[in-house]
Structure formats: C-alpha cells, structure tokens
Design a protein around this ligand. Structure first.
Ligand code: DGL
Length: 247
C-alpha cells in the first residue's frame, strides 16, 4: 500500500517510525513542511490552505490513504479535509481519545500546541484532563536545541503546574513531543507514563499484508540540521526537496 503522511516538519516522523515498526512492508511517502513550521500558532484558514496543498501533492504521488501526522491539523480541520478529498484520511488524535477513554486513566494530563488546546478536542471528549499549551517546544525541537538549558527551563515553566497537580499520565498531543521523551521523563523523575499518539494509531490501523518496504521523504526546506534530525529519528538521509507554496 502507498501510505502518505504529513506534518509541519520532523514531528510526524515519530508517527512514521511507529508505523514502520508495526506495518513494515508498505511504501511510505512523507512530507514535512518545515518551511512553514510551526503550525501550532497558525489560523484555521492558513492550516487549511497548507494541508490542502500537501494532500494534493500526496494524491499526485498516488497514495492509497493519508495519515495526518500532526495534532494541530487533526484537531482543527480534519473534518474539512476528510470531506473535501476523495481518499481515506486518518487523523492522529481520534485513536488516542478512544484509547484513553477505554483505559480509565486517572491523573491525566495533555500537552499540545496552542491551536490544539484551543480546539478543545481532548477536553470535550475526555472527562478529566489537565491541559497545557507548550508553544516553544516545536521550534526548540526543529532547531535541535533539546539538550540546552533553554529547553530545560521551558519544560519546567510549562510542566511544573502539571507535576504539582500529580499528573502521572501525559498525552503527547503534538507529534513533535516524543522527541522530548528523555527530557520530559527526567523532569517527572521517571514517575510519568507518556502516551505517544503515533504508537496508538499504528496499533489501531488495519492494513493488509504487503511485501515491499519503501520510503520517500520530502521536506519543503532542506539543510544539514534537517538531514541530521531525519537520520537520528528514521536512520535515512535520502531527503527530497518539495516546496508546496506558502499560504
Ligand atoms: N507536530 C505538529 C502537531 O502535532 C505540529 C506542531 C507545530 O508545527 O507547531 O501539532
């Protein structure tokens, strides 16, 4: 099967990684729109325009289905996208909401982008959840600053209120955040369970068995930093440039 995925940058690679683990024998086509990142503060109109352009590109690549590997797009405009394109489109958030509701978590927290928190998608479907928008995390991750004091201070600023309220299960509501796993666990002194939306989606997705693995990676901006990040996450360095236009 030809599976298309997209995000604002390297975040969706955390979803791709989980998909490859569970469903290795498929042809994956990934688009990271790092030229336009971060998506977390964009308006719905901007997100719609960017996502439509990317979906058109993936359709040109003849994908059989598309996964929105972005919490911000999934939480704000997934219904529009599903309605307006004649191809199966899966959002990244619904499987996590179902999973959490089935498993009766106590002390549940959510961190995500401003736009995802603003959408109230989690709050409206999960009974008790403490939420925190973490607007600086994505630029820190994309710019390879996750091991700096600046990042440590930002984690403390955003997560201290959740720690003080005894949050012990934390939904990573932005697909970039699994890349901060080590730093987040260390802040919680390992006393936290992190829920990765990519893992939950990969375990839920029903795909027919196929035999050939292939990966195509496209980014709207390429520099050494992106190449290093992709290599660290996926172990691949063959990245193609595809600019899809600004909105
Ligand atoms: N990784 C995306 C998300 O899950 C986009 C984050 C951003 O670009 O702000 O929300």
């Amino acid at each position: 099967m030809r599976i298309g995925l997209f995000d604002s940058g390297i975040g969706g690679l955390t979803v791709l990684k989980e998909l490859i683990k569970v469903h290795p024998n498929h042809h994956y086509i990934y688009f990271g729109d790092n030229l336009n990142m971060p998506y977390g503060n964009k308006t719905k109109e901007e997100l719609r325009c960017l996502a439509n352009n990317i979906i058109e590109f993936l359709i040109e690549k003849q994908v059989d289905l598309i996964i929105i590997a972005c919490g911000t797009v999934s939480s704000n405009i997934d219904l529009d996208l599903k309605r307006n394109h004649n191809i199966p489109i899966y959002d990244i958030i619904s499987p996590t909401i179902d999973y959490v509701n089935k498993n009766n978590y106590n002390d549940l927290g959510l961190i995500a982008t401003n736009m995802t928190i603003k959408s109230q998608i989690f709050k409206s479907k999960i009974k008790k959840i403490r939420e925190q928008a973490c607007s600086s995390f994505v630029p820190l991750i994309e710019n390879n600053k996750i091991n700096t004091d600046e990042c440590k201070n930002e984690i403390k600023k955003y997560l201290l209120p959740l720690k003080e309220k005894n949050v012990r299960t934390l939904i990573l509501g932005c697909t970039h955040y699994p890349l901060l796993e080590k730093q987040l666990k260390s802040f919680f002194e390992n006393d936290v369970e992190l829920l990765n939306m990519g893992t939950i989606l990969a375990n839920n997705l029903k795909l027919s068995n196929e035999t050939d693995y292939k990966l195509e990676l496209y980014f709207s901006k390429i520099n050494n930093q992106v190449i290093n990040n992709v290599e660290n996450i996926i172990g691949d360095t063959k990245i193609n440039l595809k600019v899809i236009g600004r909105c």
